[in-house]
Design a protein around this ligand. Sequence first.
Ligand code: SF4
Length: 504
Amino acid sequence: MSMTSPMATDVKTRAELALNDEFLRKAVRFTTERLRNGKRSASEELPHWEAWRDRAREIRLHTIAHLDYYLNLFVENARANGVHIHFADNSAEAVDISLKIAARKQAKSAVKSKSMVTEELHLNEAFAQAGIEAVETDLGEYIIQLAGEGPSHIVIPAIHKNRYQIAELLSKEAGEPLAPDTTVLAGFVRKKLREKFLEADIGITGCNFAIAETGSMVLFENEGNARMVSTVPKTQITFMGMERIIPSWEDLEVMATLLPRSATGQKLTMYMSGITGPRREQDMDGPDEMHIIIVDNGRSLQLGDPEFQELLNCIRCGACLNACPVYRHIGGHAYGGTYSGPIGAVLTPALNGNVEEWNDIASASSLCGACYEACPVKIPLHDMLVFLRRRKVEQGRGDKLEAAGMKGFAAIMANSKRFSAAIRAAQVGQKVVVRNGEITTKLGPLKGWNSYRTLPAIAKRTFRQRWEAGEIAAQSAVKEMDPGIRERMEGIMQQRKKRGGDSS
Ligand code: SF4
């Protein structure tokens, strides 16, 4: 897998690589923009969007607070439906359980539908090492499997590739040049995968939601491949994060209203499959044997943690990625883990329980709060990011230069005389680096900023200086204000004149 290991580079280096990749930036910007607009229209069309979000949050909070109860209920009901249930504490155990099932079935090949939890477990690599071919059947997943990469978006795994790059990859697989045309490329993949579906011994799926009251699992998808994966092969293995539970089908209505709208702006995905056990005698199709592997892999570390428990509420819609100004510039691989964007920046350290290894990805955020606004279950990701940064500093792992800079900044901002003196000094000092009204130097701490944008020079006369001098521009700005605000501003200006321009 070409996905960069967090140990090999830091987030800044990975982000720099992404920022220098014009194809990636264009592709990510184009698709996230489309998804964001779709979500905006879908949420505006649905009456009482905020009430739906509140209800979804309540359901998730309630379920996670009683996770042991609902998990037991789900397991009891699923077993009664004839499903084999397994529990895996970590990724090695989950992989081992699935390989044992495959070995018992003497499986040579498996088809997979899209599943983030199996990405987390690096299941494809483990199957390949055991001599079993595991083929991704979601178009995006198939593309990144051929490219030897991990997903760069929770919902659109190949978001960073354009159709020319995809045509190149698929042409290699076809052994002949394929036109960079969506219909041609999708047609080739459809034909190729149809053979794989028919040959496969095992079908592997993830699980969007597990319904406790009936022991059923629910899959949302657009391509119909998950339905093929869960009906054609004789044995089905479902990997399910232990937090995927919701109490009832009634609760699914809320999730089904929010998940597709938040993810892609669709009212409903093309296919929504509810699966309650293996094939029964009267059923036309379905697997003869069905296994569900319930995966912990770091999730229980979040249970009872006052800062991070709400991460378990996530329904993996990807809306926070599309809303994040940082993600929209650098894409997913720069985050270094399976999950990217704001949710990845918090979830990856939380799942790994090893903050040090991942301590730099919380910095990949502007803390604007757009992720919270976009999240259908209102997870306060921006607060969690601040907490991670604070913990890093408190543990003495922060940047010493940054800490000294922040102390100096706080001392200046806390006192208006110091602030004015600092501005005057900067107005004089900047003269050596200002060109055409902009500071363009890439020396020292300005390198990061000025490599990708320009920093305007400090004005010769600041707003404050002009305001205190009672200049016309400031007064006419006041005239255009709302009458209430203008009255207050004029009062302040008069008081200042009386005090003789005191700036404190
Ligand atoms: S944190 Fe919220 S917005 Fe982001 S993927 Fe999870 S549910 Fe979706």
